[in-house]
Write a protein that binds this ligand. Sequence first.
Ligand SMILES: [Zn+2]
Length: 194
Amino acid sequence: MRHDPDRRRFLGVLAVTAVASASLPFVLRSIRPAVAADVPPPKTGPVTLDCFAPDKKPLGTCVEERVVLTDEQWKAKLSTRSYYITRHEGTEPPYTGENWNRHDNGIYRCIGCDTALYDSATKFDSGTGWPSFWQPISKRNIVQKTDRSLLEERIAVNCARCDAHLGHVFDDGPDPTGLRYCMNAGAMRFAPVA
Ligand SMILES: [Zn+2]
């Protein structure tokens, strides 16, 4: 019987593909974060944001490149706490974040890409132990996603530029919006205004 090298190579490819296909569902399940069940791959390219000067003065809209890094790159760039919160939908224990109880004037910026997220003027004491705001500094700068990781459906809040998970928004906040943006302090850097 004559061996056909091309046919043998083809059968070999089929065998490898079958093994890979059989193990793929397990791999996908094991790495899929809770919030990302129906979330497409990270967007790349430019994103339109509202930008702010260090003194909080609005600079109008600006176009920035999205920040897209690998999991390993994020791990190297961030502290363990910030990495867990922002890249794996983690939640820090209440009353432990560096900025949960500060009330001085400034801007809370994304720990991953420095995008302006919250103005200290909208921060309020929610009694939860997490930094809480009644509105973001700009709706352009955040993205809201449905989070079904718990029995109760929640709205997760992410950074529009680097897709960092920041926290959740609830409808039990104070006037004037009635919203409570419940953030992880470890997802943000506080930039004081003198
Ligand atoms: Zn960001």
